[in-house]
Structure formats: structure tokens, C-alpha cells
Design a protein around this ligand. Sequence first.
Ligand code: 1HN
Length: 336
Amino acid sequence: MRDFHERMHAAGVYGLWELASQMTKHPEPKAVAHIWKASLLDAMIREAGEVVPVGEERRALQLFNPGLDGRWATTNTMIAAIQLLLPGETARAHRHTPTAIRFIMEGDGAYTAVDGERVYMRPGDLVLTPSWAWHDHGNETDTPVVWMDGLDVPLVQFLNAMFFQMHDAREFPLTKAHNASERLHGAGGLTPTWVKERPRSSPLLLYSWEATWKSLQALRDEKGDEHDGIAFEYTHPQTGGPVLPTMSCWIQMLRPGERLRAHRHTGSAVYCVVQGTGETIIDGRRFAWEKGDILTLPSWALHEHANRSSRDPAVLFSIQDRPVVEALGLYREEAG
Ligand code: 1HN
């Protein structure tokens, strides 16, 4: 028997009877729930600003999940990073098959240029960089700008679909008016009929905090979702679907004193605390959070959010891999 197994393994053959324990009853992710505190991230990104120049690569701190053995991943499918661009700096033009979002945390008036269009950004704005779009960044203001990057790098690596290309020049040539996509697609419920392309990623590259906050305020007295509160998904203006094929983006508000009900679902998430103070209990562990903290949620982990302030609302932005899970018929949800 032992000799047989040794010969099998040497030949690259395993018996299903040896692997049965991997057919788990439910997902058992190696990724763990984890929080990166704003105080730590803020000090580190500022130190990076002093000691690391923006050269060929971005000054972006990658958040490695402690359960993933040094893999370049915040969840099994997504990477989150904190990026700093100091006054006068530019980040060189490149493109890659991983899809990216930026969620602006600090600084008003820097830009990301996406395929020839400069998108000027303010705190709370969501900016998209679709797969294979050329992009460079610049900060022409006199204050630093800090944002969270979210990308599907681990998923693209797993699928062996990584392509990366550096542009010859530092900046990709501008071919469109600044914030052109917002003018064209940002009306909210009105789609220009003469635009025939239906890109997989949202053609609207900027979702402004102004509009997002207005929507949160307008519905603040609704019941909302018992697990997610007053939660909105950012949508593709032509299809109503997720903004990106591999990642959906959400904004959710917890009213003062509100404690939501626990649930679990397949698919992972990374949260960025936009404002307020609260806590999320994940599989029995309590994570207290405040503005600027980054919190990661593995698939199938039981979680409940609460606002710890009796005065102020709390707001969470998140990226989620749910579009992938749903497209494959693997989405499942269960109340706790
Ligand atoms: C990237 O290209 C950017 O373009 C930021 O600013 C973060 C993290 C992983 C891989 C590529 C950027 C990134 C990234």
C-alpha cells in the first residue's frame, strides 16, 4: 500500500481518497479578517513620501493578508493599497489587465488620466481604471493626495491572464476633455443614445462624493437592508450592473447607534472607512474602526456592522468580488 502511494505520487497521481478533506462542507478561506489602522497606514505612507521617490513604479503600500503566506493579496482575489502622490509628482503611464479602482481619502484636485482623459478627484470620489486602459496620475496641487487602490491582481494571476506594458512617455497623450466621461454618462438615469459602445467596465470613470452623499442623505430614513444598512452599489450607467466585470463597489451608511444583523456570503470584500466610528464583528472577533481604517472580509465569514456613535452616521466604502462569484453561479448567502 505505501509503496503503491509512493509510486503514484512520483508519477504525479493522487487518489481522491487522499484529498477528501479538501471537499469542505463550506468555504474555509486561508485569508483572515484583518484591520489596518489609519494611524499606522498614515504614518507609513508619510514616511514613504520622505524616503521613497516616485520612479517607474507607484508609491503604493500593498496590504498583505496575514493568512495568505506573503502572497500579494488582501483577499484571495483582490489587492488593496494606499498610494501617496506629493505636490508636483506624476506617476508614469502604464496599463495592465488587472482592473483598478481608486477611492480618494485625502487631497483635492489631483488627477488620474485614463485612456487620454484626465479625471480630477476629490475626497470620497470613486475613480475607475478598466482592464488594459492606459493610466497615469498627477498632483498639480500644493497638498499631498492619498487614495486607496483596489485591484483584482490575485484573481488575474490565478487565471494566468496578467499582461503589463509601460508607455514610452511618462504621460499618455490627452485626447479628451477633462472629466469628459462624467459629462457624457454622469446624468444619472439618462444615457446618451448616440454612444453605441457598451464596454464591460462602466464608461463613467468618476462617481463623485457629492452625488454619493446626496443619495445616502436622501434615503437616510428608509429601513434599508437588515444586514447592510443604507447600502448602494455603484452601477454601470448603461447596464445597471456592477461597475467592473470582476469587482463591485458599494457605499453603505449606518445611522447613529445602528447595529445591523449578522450574515455570511460567498465572495470577499475590502472596506475603507469613509467617516464615523463603529465596529464589525467577524466570526466572533471584534474590529473597532474609524476613518481611514482598511478592513478585509474573507468569503463566508459571519459578519455584522455597527455604528458606535449615537450622534454621527458612519460610512463604509467597499470593493467586492461578487460579480465573479455571481457570474459563476456560486453566490450564496445565509443569515447569522
Ligand atoms: C497600479 O498600477 C496602481 O496605477 C496602483 O496607480 C496600485 C497595485 C497593484 C498593481 C498595480 C496605479 C497597484 C497597481
